[in-house]
Design a protein around this ligand. Structure first.
Ligand SMILES: [Zn+2]
Length: 160
């Protein structure tokens, strides 16, 4: 990722309806202060705007660039999520991989998630342990994975 320094001219060019852009050509933008704090577009603009007394923020947003790849970041000021354009390459791609990383005692379990339309069955070590009906089939891979992770997590925490 490359960052450019935020200048008055840049702000003037990019301010639209009183807000700074969150994306550039559908790539996520990240604002960074001189001290290295990561900010959302909204808070970045706040730090660039003098307060009621006309004083400037002590650590204003100084750089802007695209945030291409990596975990979800949180705005230092308001805690808003800043999601990278391509996601996190280290993020587990299956519920099994997720469980191996996050659930103590599950490291060597084989975990399978089988969908039948809206119904999810979890199979741990070749044994069907839990079936959940969500009422509708997941319409995206990320929703599918998040339901699988939730169900696996729940089963390990509370049993069937
Ligand atoms: Zn913010």
């Amino acid at each position: 990722m490359t960052y450019i320094e935020i200048t008055k001219e840049w702000v003037a060019e990019n301010l639209y309806n009183g807000t700074l852009p969150v994306h550039a050509h559908s790539y996520t933008l990240l604002y960074v202060t001189g001290k290295g704090d990561e900010l959302c577009a909204c808070c970045a603009l706040e730090t660039l705007t003098p307060d009621e007394d006309g004083d400037l923020h002590e650590d204003p947003a100084k750089y802007v660039g695209t945030y291409d790849e990596g975990p979800v970041l949180y705005c230092e000021n308001c805690n808003a999520e800043i999601v990278s354009s391509y996601g996190d390459p280290d993020e587990p791609k299956t519920a099994e991989a997720w469980a191996h990383q996050n659930i103590e005692g599950a490291e060597s379990d084989t975990i399978e998630c089988v969908w039948d339309d809206s119904e999810l069955t979890i199979i741990v070590n070749d044994e069907e342990v839990k079936t959940t009906d969500y009422g509708s089939a997941p319409d995206s891979d990320s929703l599918r994975l998040s339901r699988e992770i939730d169900a696996v997590n729940y089963w390990y925490a509370y049993g069937n």
